[in-house]
Each structure stands twice: as structure tokens, then as C-alpha cells.
Design a protein around this ligand. Sequence first.
Ligand code: 1PW
Length: 252
Amino acid sequence: LRVCPGQRFQVADLLAHLQAAPVSANDVLLKPYLASWDELIKFLEALGPMVGLISQEIESKTAIIRDLAQKAEKERKMKERKRTHQQSDPVLMISHNSSSDYSQMNHKPSYGYTSVRSMIKWELENGLVDFHKQTNSGCRTLLRLHRALLWLQNFLLELGKDTTEGEHLRSPSDLCKETYQRTLAHHHTWWVRKAVELAFLAMPERPYFYQLVCVETQAEATLVLNRVVRAIEEVYERNEVALQEHGMLDLP
Ligand code: 1PW
């Protein structure tokens, strides 16, 4: 992957963050996941001011998750401190001698909240996920990003397809609209759909995208984009399974 001097968005950085996200057999680290979105925001911003609506939305969603993770971390530390106080206090030790409390006290702090699965666990254990009405939980916010990522993945996949003989390459604007309608649009209201589709009109042509990922031909673009798409797929699939296992694919 080439480095594009003087450019904010770097495809190598995006790829590095995406590849750093998968952890253990089935989890995704939040930090590199959100860093991937930061990099994607730079990508979107390079596409012109009309896409600003989209990048602002992504920015606010990533900020929500970061804030919640920070809050959870503070709370976790407080709980840990309380636990150690209780353990060193003989009076409390006695009064808390029921078996359930004891097992709780001896519990290793199970809250990491550094990954998608630990966030889900933390939010469920703390009653932070509402399955019936809209709240600002990390889970429902992640779901919004997750659905948007599927659009991006579809778009980049289409953009990366080279022509077979006789065909001509379709414009990014068309591909964007088509992949949006087939994915994320299903989750959007009429008004949001109109606003998003308006943003596509100002989308630049292919040479501009080539320059963004530092390539000169469609064949080169195909190689680069396929690597990015594969990295997105791995992350997307893991999050899909995690959310699905907890019945969270329709969180309001
Ligand atoms: C070039 C291809 C770009 C793909 C990048 C994906 C970004 C998609 C973000 C679209 C945002 C549109 C405006 C906001 C819509 C919100 O209502 C919606 N948010 C998302 C991320 O879909 C739902 O969030 P909400 O209202 O339930 O908090």
C-alpha cells in the first residue's frame, strides 16, 4: 500500500485499524474499531462537503460509545475499590457472609469493556440496554455503526469490481446509491433517505477515488479495495454474531 503524501486519509491506516480489531476467537476490540471509523470519517470528508451530514452522524455515534466506555471504566474502578474495602473490613466481612455475597466478593472483576462482547455484557448486567424503546446505549449505537459498515463494505466491494469484457465501469455515485438502497436504507426514515441520497449527487468520479487510495488504475484499485473489504468483512461478521446472539439486531 502506498502512502499518499499530504493527504489526511490513508488507506494503510484504515487497514491497520481494521486488522487490529479482531481479538480472541469471536470478539472485536473497541479502540481499533472506533479508530477505523475515525479513518473512514477522513475518507468521507475527502468526498466533499455534502457527505458532511454522514460523517457528522458517524462522529457522534463513535463519541457516544467512547463516552460510555469511559463512564463504565470509572464505575468499574469504583466498584473494585468498594470490593477491596469490603474485604479488608472485618465487620462487613461478617455481615456479608451469605454465600451469594461471598462468591461475588471473590469474583475477579469480569468487566473489561474494551471489546464489543465485554460492552454487551457490561450493559446487560447493568440494565443499560432497552429492547423496547430508544436509549443511548452502547449496544444500540454500535448497531447503527454496524449497519452503516455493511453499506460501506458493499460499496467498496462494488467499487473494487473490475469490468469483464464489454462492460463499462459504473459511477461511484450510482454504486453508492444502489448499495445504500439495498442495505442501510431499510433502516432509515423517508427523510433520512432523501437527505442521504442527496449527498450522493455530489460524489466524485472514479479518478478521485483512485487518488484517495493512491492507485492509478482500476486493476490496482481492485487489489487495494479487496484487502479493505476483506478486513471489514471479518469485523462485520464478528459483530453480527455477537449482536445476534444477544438478540440485538433490532434494538430501537
Ligand atoms: C461512501 C459510502 C459511505 C458509507 C458510510 C456509511 C455511513 C452511513 C451513515 C448514514 C447517516 C445518515 C444520517 C443519520 C441517520 C440516523 O438516523 C441513523 N444513523 C445511522 C448511522 O444509520 C440512525 O441513527 P438513530 O437516529 O437511530 O440514532
